[in-house]
Ligand binder design. Sequence first.
Ligand code: GDP
Ligand code: IMO
Ligand code: MG
Length: 441
Amino acid sequence: MPGKCVIGLQWGDEAKGKLVDILTEGKDLVVRYQGGANAGHTVVIGDDVYKLHHIPSGILNEGVLNLITAGVVINPPTIIEEIKSLEARGIDVAARMKISGRAHVVMPWHVLEDKMWNRLVSGEDNIGTTLRGIGPCYADKIGRSFAIRIGDLIQDDFADRVRKIVEVKKRVLTAAGDEDSGSLDAEAIIAEYAKYAEALRPMVTDTNRILLDAIDDDKEILFEGAQGSLLDIDHGTFPFVTSSNSSGLGISTGSGVPGNWLTNVVGVMKTYATRVGGGPFPTEQENEHGQHIRDEGNEYGTTTGRPRRCGWFDAVAARYSARLGGVTSIAITMLDVLSKLPEIQVCVAYELDGQRIDYFPAHVNDLRRLKPIYETLPGWQQDVTGARSLDDLPVVAIEYVKSIEALVGRRVEFISVGPDRAQTITVSEGQTLESYLAARG
Ligand code: GDP
Ligand code: IMO
Ligand code: MG
C-alpha cells in the first residue's frame, strides 16, 4: 500500500493539519518528517481546537501510531509542554507517539543564535524567522561538530559535549555582541536536559525500523509535511525559506522511506496566498483586498501570532510546487474566505523585464521584479460554510475551483469550506468537476 502524503504548496499554513486529521481515519501511522516547532497545525473538532507544533496531527485518533522521524528538529521543553497540554485534555500521547533518536535537538543556544542572526540582518534582507532556533539547529546538523541528537541526551558523554559546545557558542555569541549569551550555563543545561531526557525516554526509538517494517507489513502510512513547498531550503524562495526540505522532496530523506513508495501526494493550497516573515510575494496585496482576506480568513500566525501577509492566488507558484512535489491531487482550502467578493483575481503568468513568463524564477532578485498577470473570475457572493457536497455549492464557486484545477494541472480531491473536520467536500475519484457541472446543468 503506497504511503499517502500531505504537503503545503504555498508558504505554509494551507490547513495541512486539518487535512491530516481527516485523512488519518483508517491509517496505522502518521509521520512528521521535517521542521520543528516553527510549524503550527490546527485541528478543529466541534468546539475543540488543537494547535500542534511538533506533534503529528494524527495524535487525536486512538489506535494510530504517530512518529517524529530523523528529519525533525525537537525542542525538548517545548515538546514536553505540548505533550502535557494534550494529556491534560485526555489524550494519551505517550501511548500514541514515538520519537526518533536521530532527530536533532534545538538547544538553548540555537534560540539565542536565531535571535542574533535576526538582529544582525535588517530591512528587506531580514528573513523574519519564527525565532524558534530552527535555522541554527539545522546549521549545526549540517556542520556536525556541534550537533546534538535526541539519542545523545542519554549518552554518558552528553555532559562533556554540552560543556564544550557552550564554551564555543558563548565565544561566538559574545563576539557578535549578544547580551543574552551570559545566560548560557552549561551545568544548568546539563541538569535540566537530564530531566527532559527522562521524560522523553519511553518514546525514543528507531523510527526508521518501525517505518520500514510497516512498509513490509503493508500498513497504511500518512506523512504530514510542515511549512510549504515555497519555503523549501533548496527549491523555495531562497534565502527567504525555512531550513528543511519542506516540498514533497523532503518526505523520503526526512522520514527514511524510499521515494518510489511515495506515489500518493495531496497538495494543500488556499484559494488565495499568504506568507509570514520576509521575502518575495508576487501577488501580495498591501491594500484593502489583502486586509479583507486577513479579516475574513483570520490570517494571524498559529505559532507567532504575527499578521500574515495576504494576496491573490498565484497559479504559477502552485503549479511549480505541484510538479516539484509529485502531487497527485489537490486539497483547496478557505473557499469560504472569498465568499463576499464580487470578483476574484488569479495570477496566471508573470511579466519579468517586459517579457511574459509562465514559470517560477529561481533567483530572489527576479522574484522581486515579477509583475503578476491576473485573470479576473466572478465571485459567488453566497455563504458556503454549510456546504457538505458539491450539490450545496454555488455553480460559480465550483467554476472557480475548476479554473484553479486547470491552472495548477492536478485534480481537486478536497474542497474545504471552514475549519471544522465536517466542513469538507470530497470529490470522488473518477468524478470531474467538468462532468459534474455538465450533469447539474
Ligand atoms: P497548517 O499550518 O497548514 O496546518 O495551517 P494553520 O493551522 O497554521 O492555519 C490554517 C487555519 O485555517 C487554521 O486556523 C484552521 O483552523 C483554519 N482553516 C482550515 N481550513 C479552513 C477553511 O476551509 N476555511 C477557513 N475559514 N479556515 C480554515
Ligand atoms: P506550518 O507548518 C508559515 C516561515 C517563517 C519565516 C521562514 C523561516 O504551520 O505551515 P524558520 O523559523 O523556519 O527559520 O522561519 O519560514 N515559516 C512558516 N510560515 N507556516 C509555517 O509552518 C512556517 N514555518 C516557518 O515565518 O518566514
Ligand atoms: Mg501553520
